[in-house]
Design a protein around this ligand. Structure first.
Ligand code: SAM
Length: 487
């Protein structure tokens, strides 16, 4: 009996949504896995692997197909193109599926989708690919070769070649294709890293401390993260180490007023709120026995009562996004953070010079995280990057206004594209000379300290560093009488 849904048919639906309709792979995949949660674990894993793998290797797959099909990939009917792409992925990268099964299933799927007349074509192309795949010649020219081998558009490589050596580019590309453990952040308002490690291990999870931060772990060896008791109890959140560095670099002191202008789903804002909560939980005065969260059991020195409590306002553009922040606030149980819907590109005069710390973790091309979101590389374009830079500058020009004199602006992106990173920092300092770069070295572990640029910012590169591609700058608004502290 034929099954009502077939995992290859689901892969086809998902691929068409992403490649033909421009949907994001992580969102479509999440929704589809939710819809078909009754499928067996093996089938769900197959859907994820074939979809992500096809996207990750799509330029290489198209190159291979163009060598074996008379009709070029660009000219194929979308359904046939998607069926062939996912089949070539299975032929090249999934030894567990016999070649004959890949070909037969693709032919059946083409027929089910109304293309019975193309059964012979699909079968012919795939059988020739299966026979000849190991003898495909890759391009001779280096950039072209890298583009095909690692499925990265050539214009992206040209862009990077202006700033990075070819060896570094290849290291990044190789790293994007590597399977990596998930990185989590221990919620220090709920537990200690030691306790979390013990509980994870009791659940059969392998947890290793990340070399950059003592409260970050790399975890592996579990089936469904959401099913872990430690996750359900809110003892950790999933977050890349690079994102955690933003809160380290923001380094809020007790009583700080923080504004995150682009906060959803809330990772960095919640981390800053946690730091603030911990800074205020214990009074800094060594002679003081009291603390704000101590329920009044001990008498304090009084400083903690005079100080207004610190707070994080986490903003984002749409109610949908703000609801994501709210869900995460509820999960972590932090009392000192609120989520607000507001467009960061529109000036907010009511917030002028109101924040000790402004976090501007802005929308960007995401070229530092294409290993995790494989379709981003096909969605980005040179024109798209130009308009992102315009948006980033518009948001930065609003965000700088909210920083108090002496306060801090932390600018970050998850890209390795200098136009969206260092160029924006230079632009900001030209437009607003009251801002100077602050050196972040003292806020990082020794291993990373040496990688901070001369101007005090950091550009993390996948494959070079143990993180996503990520950029962080810390700028300080001068107090009027203050001389230049520029480094
Ligand atoms: C890089 S993500 C932020 C990630 C977040 N800081 C975190 O750590 O979870 C950029 C965010 O900017 C938001 N965004 C884009 N344009 C915006 C605008 N004009 N105003 C406010 N937020 C915007 C997006 O919705 C997205 O959530």
């Amino acid at each position: 009996m034929t099954k009502p849904v077939n995992e290859r048919e689901i892969v086809l639906e998902v691929l068409l949504e992403i490649t033909e309709k421009g949907q994001f792979s992580h969102i479509i995949l999440r929704d589809v896995l939710w819809k078909y949660q009754y499928l067996e674990k093996r089938e769900r894993a197959f859907i994820t692997r074939v979809t992500e793998g096809t996207l990750e290797h799509m330029i290489e797959i198209d190159y291979i197909l163009d060598r074996f099909s008379k009709v070029k990939v660009k000219k194929m009917k979308p359904v046939i193109r998607a069926i062939l792409r996912s089949a070539v992925y299975q032929l090249k990268y999934m030894d567990s599926v016999p070649d004959s099964a890949v070909c037969n299933e693709a032919v059946k799927l083409a027929a089910r989708k109304g293309f019975s007349g193309l059964k012979g074509y699909v079968n012919g192309v795939l059988r020739s690919v299966a026979r000849g795949i190991d003898s495909v010649q890759y391009p001779k020219e280096k950039m072209e070769e890298l583009s095909v081998r690692y499925s990265c558009p050539e214009w992206v490589l040209d862009l990077w070649s202006g700033s990075y050596d070819i060896e570094v580019i290849e290291m990044m590309l190789r790293d994007f294709q590597k399977e990596k453990p998930v990185t989590i952040r221990c919620c220090l308002n709920r537990t200690t890293p030691d306790e979390l490690k013990k509980r994870l291990e009791a659940e059969g999870v392998k947890a290793e401390i990340h070399p950059y931060l003592p409260y970050a772990f790399q975890i592996s060896g579990y089936d469904h993260l959401n099913d872990l008791e430690t996750f359900q109890d809110g003892l950790f959140v999933v977050q890349d180490i690079s994102s955690m560095l933003v809160a380290e670099i923001a380094a809020p002191s007790a009583g700080a007023q923080v504004l995150d202008v682009c906060a959803a789903p809330g990772g960095k804002a919640l981390h800053v709120a946690e730091k603030l909560f911990l800074a205020e939980a214990v009074c800094g005065d060594a002679a003081c026995a009291g603390n704000k969260s101590g329920g009044g059991a001990a008498a304090g020195c009084g400083i903690e009562d005079q100080m207004p409590p610190g707070h994080v306002e986490a903003r984002d553009l749409t109610e949908l996004k703000v609801d994501l922040i709210r869900e995460n606030i509820e999960r972590t149980g932090l009392p000192n953070i609120t989520a607000v819907c507001r467009d960061a590109s529109v000036p907010d005069e009511t917030a002028a010079e109101s924040a000790d710390i402004v976090i501007a973790d802005l929308p960007c091309s995401g070229l530092g995280v294409i290993g995790k979101k494989p379709d981003l590389r096909y969605k980005a374009s040179p024109d798209g990057i130009d308009s992102l830079v315009r948006l980033q500058r518009q948001i930065l020009s609003c965000a700088q206004d909210y920083v108090k004199p002496g306060g801090t602006l932390v600018y970050s992106t998850c890209t390795v594209n200098p136009a969206e990173n260092m160029d924006n920092v230079h632009w900001l300092m030209e437009q607003y000379p009251e801002f100077i770069l602050d050196d972040i070295r003292g806020k990082l572990c020794p291993e990373l300290r040496d990688n901070v640029m001369e101007n005090g910012c950091i550009q993390l590169l996948p494959g070079v560093h143990k993180s996503d591609g990520f950029f962080i700058a810390r700028l300080v608004r001068k107090i009027e009488s203050e001389g230049s502290r520029n480094i």
